[in-house]
Ligand binder design. Structure first.
Ligand code: SMG
Ligand code: MG
Length: 366
């Protein structure tokens, strides 16, 4: 198919409540939505970069710039989803921007072909169990109220954000209040060092599913050292940027589990390759989240339905973060979300809802 151009849409979604991690507090999710217009169909992509380079080196305006000047102009002529990565390979890095563009082209192609994202990626289920990510709170009682609420809503797994000073005590409190059967894990977003190994081992008695990205994203060997001290399985997030980096991390013993985030790794096709590399290595994977709108959420739920995704992902319902989504909301049903079955993403933005959160649009003609 041939693209006539790509629309970049700056979107601002107010969060229902502040979301605090070890690298800061978010009250509004600023993100880019891409609309790829081709001679066969239109497709949507979501760029998960944050407004500031605090989760990774990418940031919203940087993504808009690299899309405008380098990535979109590289997609002239005949193109389809699988061709995008090769066409963009000459531009180094910028995985979130590339992933969003590939997603939009892939969505257009799949809509034209009448194939769902789930079928294209190899989904084996039509609904997926959902976990929820719980931010750092001002007090343990506030945390327990939040966790109780999510368990009442039916979430099958609780993930607690941790940082030095907020780790053992909140985990112990959740275990004491909700018991040993709740699936529980923690995410440090790189907040610790190898010198904290003995302290992190104090989490071992709480039977956590995993400790996510305790150390800096570049500390792959240090994670392997940490795994010799901490009994709880190590899961990597920020460190895993491609199938190659996943294979290396597994071989080095740096992780027993991998959080796959399509935006972080350059798109859903690379995400599937990571899934396949991990499955070959006996490594469990799950689909992470970047507070996506229903656009990215639809694709994430499709990815979460792959056979190697044996742990609940951060694929929460739309109302975890947003009072109103830009698509029909994803609603939790018995702790699960349905995998969209329609062509492409299977969802499209609701024009009025999308306009209400759009702050700017830019058309990039090809
Ligand atoms: C703004 S924090 C985004 C990164 C974080 N994501 C989550 O905690 C899940 C967010 C979600 O539910 O989409 C992670 O490191 O895993
Ligand atoms: Mg994480």
């Amino acid at each position: 198919m041939r693209l006539s151009g790509v629309e970049i849409r700056w979107v601002e979604m107010p969060l229902k409540s502040p979301f605090r991690t070890s690298f800061g507090t978010q009250t509004t999710r600023q993100l880019l939505l891409l609309r790829a217009v081709s001679d066969e169909a239109e497709g949507w992509g979501e760029c998960v970069a944050m407004a500031d380079p605090v989760y990774s080196s990418e940031y919203l305006e940087g993504c808009a710039d690299v899309l405008r000047r380098f990535l979109v102009p590289s997609l002239g002529g005949e193109v389809d989803g699988v061709a995008v990565a090769g066409r963009l390979a000459k531009w180094r890095g910028h995985r979130m921007a590339k992933g969003a563009l590939e997603m939009a082209v892939l969505d257009a192609e799949l809509r034209a072909r009448g194939v769902s994202f789930g079928r294209e990626l190899g989904a084996t289920r039509d609904r997926v169990p959902c976990g929820v990510s719980v931010g750092i709170m001002d007090s343990v009682p506030e945390l327990l109220d939040a966790v109780g609420g999510y368990l009442d809503e039916g979430y099958v797994r609780i993930k607690l954000k941790i940082e030095p000073g907020w780790d053992v005590e909140p985990v112990r409190a959740v275990r004491e209040r909700f018991g040993d059967d709740v699936l529980l894990q923690v995410d440090a977003n790189t907040a610790y060092t190898l010198g904290d190994a003995r302290h992190l081992a104090r989490l071992d008695p709480f039977d956590l599913l995993l400790i996510e990205q305790p150390l800096d994203e570049e500390e792959v060997l240090a994670h392997a050292e940490l795994a010799k001290v901490v009994r709880t399985p190590i899961c990597l997030d920020e460190s895993i940027t491609s199938a190659k980096s996943a294979a290396d991390a597994i071989r080095l013993g740096a992780c027993q589990i991998v959080n796959i985030k399509p935006g972080r790794v350059g798109g859903y096709l690379e995400a599937r390759r990571i899934h396949d590399v991990c499955a070959a290595g006996g490594i469990a994977v799950w689909c992470g989240g970047m507070l996506e709108t229903g656009i990215g959420r639809a694709a994430n739920v499709a990815l979460a339905a792959l056979p190697g995704c044996t742990l609940p992902g951060d694929t929460s319902a739309s109302d975890r973060y947003y009072a109103m989504d830009v698509t029909e909301p994803f609603v939790l049903d018995d702790g699960h979300l349905p995998v969209p079955a329609g062509p492409g993403l299977g969802v499209t933005p609701l024009p009025d809802a999308l306009d209400a959160v759009t702050v700017k649009t830019e058309w990039i003609a090809l």
